[in-house]
Design a protein around this ligand. Structure first.
Ligand code: SF4
Length: 195
């Protein structure tokens, strides 16, 4: 779906597979105030806007930005690492929350309280780097009874495992989850940025 992508600068995590390292420094990108962002999104007239990072919830004014975006009357999504609570995210925002796996190197950052806060319309995402990462994620999904509310997504870390292997494992376990492809890499190539 045509989407306006807002990438907020800065992230305190250092995932091994990070493909947006350009967004990690807090001084990356360019300064825009919320009025300018809202006007930019309005002029693009797309039906969907996604706020991501970096880690968007690391920015103090993210909640205000999300509230203002909801006021445009379009679908608003937030994509977050799962290292921050989503409790203060305004109602109406569709939340996409990572669960960091052991191979990410950031598993200790998971705010597990988030699992109880997510429901229909939200998504829980695992990036899988290995068979052991998959088994950890499968057990996590079962132990937390995921798949009954928020949609669960599994994605193969680029150049780590193949999507076909991941697909086979999910089928074998009849996992209540969807396989996610990194469509922008399929369409434009792994090195393209800003697409
Ligand atoms: S949370 Fe996202 S932006 Fe931050 S290091 Fe991990 S993958 Fe990169």
């Amino acid at each position: 779906m045509p989407c306006t992508f807002i990438r907020l600068a800065g992230c305190p995590l250092r995932c091994n597979y990070c493909d947006t390292t350009q967004a990690i420094p807090t001084d990356s990108g360019s300064w825009m105030d919320i009025d300018a962002i809202i006007e930019d999104v309005r002029q693009r007239a797309r039906p969907l806007v996604l706020v991501t990072g970096g880690e968007p919830l690391a920015q103090r004014n993210c909640g205000e930005l999300l509230s203002r975006l909801l006021g445009l009357g379009i679908e608003v999504q937030l994509e977050t690492s799962g290292a921050y609570s989503v409790a203060a995210v305004p109602d109406g925002v569709h939340r996409i929350v990572d669960v960091k796996t052991p191979d990410s190197g950031e598993v200790a950052r998971n705010q597990l309280d988030n699992m109880q806060r997510l429901g229909a319309g939200d998504e829980i995402k695992f990036v899988i780097c290995s068979r052991s990462d998959y088994e950890w994620s499968r057990d996590f999904i079962r132990n937390h009874r995921l798949g009954e509310g928020a949609v669960v997504l599994l994605s193969a870390a680029w150049n780590e495992i193949s999507s076909s292997d991941l697909c086979a494992w999910m089928l074998e376990d009849a996992l209540p989850a969807r396989l996610q492809l990194q469509l922008h890499k399929v369409i434009w190539g792994a090195e393209a940025s800003g697409v």
